[in-house]
Design a protein around this ligand. Structure first.
Ligand code: CDP
Length: 233
């Protein structure tokens, strides 16, 4: 079977990583959560006082990029987790604090260049499912299947609020809602690689679809693309 490249982009908290992980598992492909990489750089910046509510030491962050080593390692259940300079930061990168700063960090072209290079190396020539904001437009513009996911802001914020509350994070729905909409605004309006639907992406609104149905719809699209590749070769 030929292996294809699947790009899943979309607004924050649309469930991209859930469906991307399901697809990768089913197809036995590599799954890359590109957002985790931006989150890990943000955690580094926060820990080193390079960003706060009052200032952003952008040049210092750019100068430290060489010191930031990112990798995914599988845990005992086979789930890929983010490591920053050898430390497992999977839990720390999902906090609301990291979410508050990640979109600012993601506007920096030098950060993007570093991460896009790593993303290419992780996916090139393999069967890969990668999710993010610029996968179908910048990272893999020739991806075989591109999905663009959306849902109403209220539904998205509610899903993220429940996820964070279940982990025990002390947050309010309003804080999460504001963060989700604020990130969408920054991600859509930044100069370098803004979030937008690729012309050839298939748009899916999952405000009212359950996870199982959505998975089957997207899996069918992937199977069709794989069959198309078999016919062509
Ligand atoms: O919270 P959610 O799962 O929706 O976001 P994420 O995928 O973890 O990404 C966090 C942030 O990283 C986004 O809001 C973007 O600012 C940035 N990002 C990006 O700029 N480009 C990507 N390919 C992935 C994420």
């Amino acid at each position: 079977m030929p292996k294809i490249t699947i790009a899943i982009d979309g607004y924050s908290s649309t469930g991209k990583s859930t469906v991307a992980r399901q697809l990768a598992e089913w197809l036995e492909y590599v799954y890359v959560d590109s957002g985790a990489m931006y989150r890990a750089v943000t955690l580094y910046a926060l820990r080193n006082n390079l960003v706060s509510y009052s200032e952003f030491k952008k040049e210092e962050l750019i100068d430290s990029l060489e010191e930031i080593r990112l990798e995914f390692r599988k845990n005992k259940d086979g789930k890929a987790e983010m490591y920053l300079n050898g430390e497992n930061v999977e839990k720390e990168i999902r906090t609301l604090e990291v979410s508050e700063f990640v979109s600012i960090i993601a506007t920096v072209p030098e950060v993007r260049r570093k991460l896009v290079k790593l993303q290419h190396a992780m996916g090139e020539g393999k069967g890969v499912v990668m999710d993010g904001r610029d996968i179908g437009t910048v990272v893999f513009p020739n991806a075989d299947l591109k999905i663009f996911m959306n849902a109403s802001a209220d539904v998205r914020a509610r899903r993220r609020y429940e996820e964070l509350s279940q982990r025990g994070d002390q947050i309010t729905f309003e804080e999460v809602f504001n963060n989700v909409t604020e990130r969408d605004h920054i991600d859509t309006n930044r100069k370098d690689s803004p979030l937008k639907k690729a012309d050839d992406a298939i748009e899916i609104d999952n405000s009212e679809t359950n996870i199982e149905d959505q998975f089957h719809t997207i899996l069918q699209l992937a199977k069709d693309r794989i069959a198309g590749r078999v016919k062509r070769s």
